[in-house]
Write a protein of this length. Structure first.
Length: 268
């Protein structure tokens, strides 16, 4: 059985700091074998506990880019995953900006925490990695963090994609083809996107081209919350014909019913 649990749905520092919505990332659980933690933002551990997730069972942490609401609690999650280093375990996958020193930046993972885990894998756009029965493709996203990536996860029975923060590009659209469950960060309603982010209008364009079985919008900014994410999700569903849900903190979905993908090993 697989589950996707939203630990938080805040899409801006303003929303998170006013505590209107939480952050903390997204959990993907596959049977009892894997537990992936995507984008562990602030509050990842308390939110995990609140929603019945044991952070020690985390097998991999996936970080899309180095903005604080996506990676702030990476080192804390590593502490929990390894019992503060008592067990050397787990894999960290992420953008170069979070895991490697850059010309003008230092990585978000500390050297100490780097040494607590089994493997640390900085990924570039379009790179592929296999973790047991899950194939992971780094999506070519376009964001203010130039090294930002998204994740397309080929799981047994379904494909789930999480581009993270990005604008809409033909390369991204192409890389998302074949997605069953599409999780989109949509901080803005209507046509009001600022910078390299999505709004409802670009989400419609993207979903129309991909036609996933299920679309979930999350990562809401203040304007989006004012417009009401449920209302925006309804508009997206009407425009695309694709079932669309607005995530709420603690939302759990079962992706298995949405997939038609049965070959996790071949076909890449
Ligand atoms: Zn960002």
């Amino acid at each position: 059985m697989a589950q996707i649990i939203f630990l938080g749905t805040a899409g801006s520092a303003a929303v998170a700091s006013k505590n209107i919505r939480s952050s903390g990332g997204i959990i993907l659980r596959i049977d009892d074998a894997f537990q992936f933690h995507l984008d562990p933002g602030p509050g990842a551990l308390p939110k995990a506990h609140e929603y019945g997730i044991n952070p020690h069972n985390t097998t991999a942490v996936l970080v899309s880019h180095n903005h604080i609401n996506h990676c702030n609690d990476l080192n804390l999650v590593i502490e929990a995953m390894t019992h503060s280093g008592l067990e050397r375990r787990g894999v960290i996958l992420g953008s170069k900006s979070t895991l490697q020193p850059g010309e003008n930046s230092h990585p978000f993972i500390t050297r100490y925490h780097h040494n607590l885990v089994e493997r640390v894998i900085p990924m570039e756009k379009n790179h592929k990695v296999a973790l047991e029965s899950v194939e992971i493709h780094a999506l070519p996203v376009e964001h203010t963090d130039q090294t930002a990536i998204g994740f397309k996860l080929f799981c047994p029975g379904f494909v789930v994609s999480y581009p993270g923060d990005t604008s809409l590009t033909p390369q991204l659209t192409e890389s998302l083809v074949g997605t069953d469950v599409l999780i989109l960060n949509v901080p803005y309603p209507g046509k009001r996107a600022q910078g390299s982010n999505l709004d409802s209008d670009t989400a419609i364009k993207l979903i129309n081209q991909i036609k996933p079985r299920l679309a979930v919008i999350t990562h809401f900014g203040l304007e989006m919350l004012k417009a009401d994410p449920m209302h925006e999700a309804r508009l997206i569903q009407q425009a695309t014909g694709v079932q669309t849900i607005a995530a709420s903190d603690g939302l759990t979905i079962s992706p298995t019913g949405y997939g038609n993908y049965h070959s996790p090993v071949k076909g890449f």
